[in-house]
Design a protein around this ligand. Structure first.
Ligand code: GDP
Ligand code: IMO
Ligand code: MG
Length: 428
């Protein structure tokens, strides 16, 4: 029998709890694959008293005996990767086997420099609020076809040739546009060769590993980073990342055909957050937003920035269901809503006086959207020990059912705490 393949991806603007959902589901998978994004991601996993934040390593890395893949669609910063691996080893952890695809693009030091320079040069209102991890400039080079791939690091003559072209070009930009010092070729080449020595034994191909595993009856989990509303095509452009977090990104970013995907699960926070710039209709800048931030510990796992907070936006959830063909949802942080007398959910927008229930494709329209709320009853009971849906207070059950009905797909998993075991499984 063939193994099953699940994509787990973000529904909102990131930080929905993808890492913790993948960590829970990885127990039943043979392979966990990152398929896009880079170290802009910060995926938190809590096991017992220990907390881990993964930027590049797939969230299945804590299971020795399993395989973790970094797909060709990822942009990889070797310094961050090695830091993560060494940090876990220093903590005495045994890790899954890591395979890095030959075609994975490498984030070079100049990508991070250019990311920060471009962001600083943007005027107020046009800033994106990037993570500064070199993501946009690295993907730009990939599509310009001047990128350095993981396989190049292990091939000194090819690396020299490609790096010469890239550095000549970057030096024009750095010196003439930004008035910066030119890059030192030898310094970067030497660094890249060192990276290559360590990466060479990990090189492989995600498409081969995935096909082999599925045919051998093993389950494969695709771990999305960022989220639907940060997708370069389907997100709130230009306030997006430079990759494809949506379901289709798993196919191109790992080398798997759409027909091979069995299920797509969208991770949605019980409320909503956003880091960085861009429209966010349900954002609450008053006490409510502050309370959600404090109760939910909403500070970036990558940059430490305070996250913008507000009620859950079901118009956006419905959009994510359609864009990704979601089969179900994983609803996280339901426990954070404990204690509110009333919980609001956004069910439509008013845009220029007109009611609409579809997510606007225009960012300018979204910026004008005023949320229309449905008020639901809150609950006061501690739900962190609930392990079955029936254990939840009626108001919490009703909240979950309301989301299911609106979205038209079942809630397959509920998070009632950050830990691996703080989970209600519902047929997943
Ligand atoms: P990701 O980027 O989607 O993996 O999410 P992050 O790790 O950036 O942010 C999610 C945060 O919420 C982390 O601090 C998690 O430990 C925490 N978290 C995840 N699920 C739950 C949950 O159900 N309840 C609570 N209280 N915290 C959760
Ligand atoms: P995870 O996987 C939340 C946001 C940045 C910025 C925009 C572009 O942890 O959910 P970039 O550095 O990608 O060019 O920044 O995207 N962003 C995220 N926000 N969670 C993330 O990842 C994010 N990755 C990027 O804040 O607004
Ligand atoms: Mg995160």
């Amino acid at each position: 029998m063939k193994g099953r393949t699940d994509i787990v991806l973000g529904v909102q603007w990131g930080d929905e709890g993808k890492g913790r959902v993948v960590d829970v589901l990885a127990a039943r998978a043979g392979i966990v694959v990152r398929y896009q994004g880079g170290a802009n991601a910060g995926h938190t996993v809590v096991v017992g008293d220990e907390k881990y934040v993964f930027h590049l390593l797939p969230s299945g890395i804590l299971y020795p005996g399993k395989v973790c893949l970094i797909g060709n669609g990822v942009v990889l910063d070797p310094d961050t990767l090695f830091e993560e691996i060494d940090g876990l080893t220093a903590r005495g952890k045994k890790l899954a086997r890591l395979v890095i695809s030959h075609g994975t693009h490498i984030v070079m030091p100049y990508h991070k420099q250019l990311d920060k320079l471009a962001e600083a040069a943007r005027s107020a209102g046009t800033k994106i609020g990037t993570t500064g991890r070199g993501i946009g400039p690295c993907y730009t080079d990939k599509f310009e076809r001047i990128g350095i791939r993981a396989e190049d690091l292990a091939n000194p003559s090819v690396l020299k040739e490609k790096l010469t072209i890239a550095i000549n070009l970057k030096n024009e930009i750095l010196t003439k546009i930004y008035g910066e010092k030119p890059l030192d070729f030898n310094e970067i080449y030497t660094k890249a060769l060192k990276w290559g020595e360590r990466i060479k034994p990990m090189l492989g191909d995600s498409f081969l590993e995935i096909n082999k595993a599925v045919n051998a009856g093993e389950n494969v989990l695709f771990e999305g980073a960022q989220a639907t509303l940060l997708d370069i095509d389907h997100g709130t452009y230009p306030f997006v990342t430079s990759s494809s977090p949506c379901a289709g990104g798993a196919c191109t970013g790992a080398g798997v055909g759409p027909g091979r995907i069995d299920r797509v699960v969208g991770v949605v926070k019980a409320y909503c957050t956003r880091v960085g710039e861009g429209p966010f209709p349900t954002e609450d800048k008053s006490d409510l937003g502050n309370m959600l931030r404090t109760n939910g510990g909403e500070f970036g796992a990558t940059t430490g920035r305070p996250r913008r907070c507000g009620w859950c936006d079901l118009v956006a959830v419905d959009y994510a269901v359609k864009v990704n063909g979601l089969d179900g949802l994983a609803l996280t942080k339901l426990d954070v809503l404990t204690g509110f007398d009333e919980i609001s959910v956004c069910t439509s927008y008013k845009v220029d006086g007109e009611t609409r229930k579809t997510f606007p494709s225009s960012c300018a329209d979204l910026a004008k959207a005023k949320p229309v709320y449905e008020k639901l009853k809150g609950w006061k009971e501690d739900i962190s020990k609930c392990r079955k849906f029936e254990d939840l207070p009626k108001a919490a059950q009703d909240y979950v059912k309301y989301i299911e009905e609106y979205a038209g797909v079942p809630v397959l998993l509920i998070g009632v705490g950050a830990g691996r075991d703080d989970t209600i499984m519902r047929g997943i």
